[in-house]
Design a protein around this ligand. Structure first.
Ligand code: AMP
Length: 186
């Protein structure tokens, strides 16, 4: 059986509160300890780098996927189990999507929103049914949830879009959910 793989979208910055880095570290470590493969954007920056280092530190496997032009700017993470270099952001996003059995969204910036919205819209259009889990560290996900609710209220999205994603309050609950998903997929 293939190892259960989790694609993590998160900030290329560490964020303004140390709680974000602590959560990223706990997530990375938890993935490694649970024998789950981390799939991420391949950069050694911000929460991305912290998550990857923690998974590797816990003896886990990590696949990074980075476009060639970003290798310098995002500082490619050396020492990953596997580094896939793509020719564009679009190919990177396709690979990040294809390799994940589930998606975890941690705090991040516009790039994180872009990646999250894209897989949500693919799911809305019936292109996949993979779980998408937002981890609400320090209430970070609440403006996103509010935006979705506003969109529904204004008649621009169906009520069913609420079911496209899940929100968990913290890293332990996200890891528990991933263990359940893995057992369901076995
Ligand atoms: P950020 O959340 O903005 O810190 O970025 C997180 C990840 O998203 C990084 O790996 C960025 O390379 C990536 N990213 C940034 N901007 C975009 C974009 N316009 N489209 C897709 N990915 C992006």
């Amino acid at each position: 059986m293939n190892r259960f793989s989790v694609t993590v979208f998160c900030g290329s910055s560490p964020g303004s509160d140390p709680a974000y880095a602590e959560a990223a570290k706990a997530l990375g470590q938890g993935l490694g300890e649970n024998g789950m493969r981390l799939v991420f954007g391949g950069g050694n920056v911000g929460l991305m780098g912290i998550t990857a280092a923690a998974t590797l530190g816990a003896g886990g496997e990590v696949t990074g996927i980075i476009p060639d032009f970003l290798r310098r700017r995002e500082v490619e993470f050396h020492g990953l189990t596997e580094l896939i270099v793509t020719d564009s952001m679009h190919t990177r996003k396709r690979r990040l999507f294809a390799l994940g059995d589930a998606f975890i969204v941690m705090p991040g910036g516009l790039g994180t929103f872009d990646e999250t919205i894209e897989i949500l819209t693919w799911k809305q259009l019936g292109q996949h049914e993979k779980p998408i889990i937002l981890v609400d560290i320090l209430g970070w996900a609440q403006p996103f949830v509010t935006m979705v609710e506003q969109t529904i209220a204004r008649g621009f999205a169906r009520e069913s879009v609420r079911g496209l994603f899940e929100v968990t309050p913290d890293v332990p609950s996200a890891l528990a959910r991933l263990r359940t998903l893995r057992s369901l997929s076995a």
